[in-house]
Write a protein that binds this ligand. Structure first.
Ligand SMILES: [Zn+2]
Length: 370
């Protein structure tokens, strides 16, 4: 049985640890210690060095019945800013922040649910297959830990990522793929007062391009956004260089490709029209995932939710998570809600009962895989 007091105390302890992206050292050490105390042998991979961070992913294999498919349980160790000196406040069954930082329940609730589930499996002698627990680094900085994990060592058939919000039972089964777009527009510098006709304004090219660009919500599964524009030195110089960072997302690859091509065309047309040039580059940040209603993992989740008296609500999400990365590696994976609320803000909060329910759901999922 889930031990509410134990979960609450450990969660409060975990969120007090500073663990910003690429600075997960203390959190990684604390989790290793806890897993070792349970009798397991957690290992740390070399992702830290690859992403310029001070800790790698922590991976812990828990041996189980070989006849049962293995499952990868995943949560990330890092938090967003402001996230140093977190001071959680408990009152009326809610854990809040003191208003100066995020709570870091994203994703310490996920970490805590996995720790508690591992303890309960042992204490209650629950039959299970191999469990691979992976605590990742740098998720908030672009899924960096998950992208740099050694998948030669991951043999799980199923993946349960604990990193979604909403009522317990919400499960993200579809998420978009994302392209990062970079455009460098080049014009020609000239004195803005004495010979402006000799100049070509990169800012004008950028505005011409963007004014013709479809942005925002493109359709029900496609979005696009210009996020950053940099350029210009002084009012008396015709600007010769503008750098633009943008993104496009879609749950359908062909739509993502079409939107990306459209953005490129807008830049190129504007540059040609005004006599400048553009260097355009698009790179895939992560792949989409789409778990069908009749897949094995969904059947397991349905049964597990019913057993735990939880209403299962499969939904599409517009965001990316470690789920996108492991799905791309061929693991049947979903992202389940752990009850985190108002994440990435100083109003972040979680109900203690939701945290307990999320852990119960996780144990029920593991039980049902077996
Ligand atoms: Zn998260």
């Amino acid at each position: 049985m889930i031990n509410k007091e134990r979960m609450l105390n450990e969660f409060l302890q975990l969120v007090r640890i500073d663990s910003l992206s690429r600075h997960e050292r203390q959190m990684a050490d604390a989790l290793k210690e806890k897993l070792s105390a349970m009798g397991y042998e957690p290992v740390e991979d070399d992702a830290g060095g690859k992403i310029d961070g001070n800790a790698g992913n922590i991976i812990c294999n828990v041996k189980g019945d070989k006849k049962v498919p293995a499952v990868l349980l995943m949560a990330h160790m890092d938090t967003v800013v402001p996230g140093t000196g977190k001071n959680p406040i408990l009152g009326d069954g809610v854990i809040k922040t003191d208003g100066t930082t995020v709570l870091g329940g994203d994703d310490a609730i996920g970490l805590e649910c996995i720790l508690e589930a591992l303890r309960v499996l042992k204490e209650d002698n629950i039959r299970h297959g191999d469990i691979q627990a992976a605590f990742t680094v740098g998720e908030e900085a672009g899924l960096l830990g998950a992208k740099n994990m050694d998948y030669g060592k991951i043999y799980s058939k199923y993946g349960i990522v604990l990193d979604a919000g909403g009522p317990i039972g919400n499960v993200a089964v579809k998420a978009p793929s994302q392209n990062n777009v970079k455009a460098v527009i080049k014009g020609r510098a000239a004195h803005a007062g004495m010979e402006p006709e000799k100049g070509i304004s990169a800012i004008q090219i950028a505005s011409e391009a963007i004014s013709h660009m479809k942005l925002g919500r493109i359709d029900s599964e496609t979005t696009a956004n210009i996020g950053v524009i940099k350029g210009g030195l002084a009012t008396n110089i015709v600007c010769d260089r503008v750098e633009i960072a943008a993104e496009a997302r879609s749950r359908t690859k062909s739509k993502l490709d079409a939107q990306t091509a459209h953005m490129k065309e807008c830049f190129e047309k504007a540059a040609a029209l005004l006599g400048g040039s553009v260097e355009f580059a698009a790179s895939m940040e992560y792949e989409a995932f789409n778990v069908p209603e009749d897949s094995e993992i969904m059947k397991i989740l349905k049964k597990a939710a019913a057993d735990a008296a939880i209403e299962l609500v499969p939904a599409a999400t517009g965001g990316g998570s470690d789920t996108n990365v492991i799905s791309g590696k061929g693991i049947q994976a979903v992202d389940i809600s752990i009850g985190m609320d108002k994440v990435h803000s100083v109003e972040e909060r979680v109900l203690v009962d939701d945290m307990v329910k999320a852990a119960e759901f996780l144990v029920s999922i593991i039980r049902n895989i077996a």
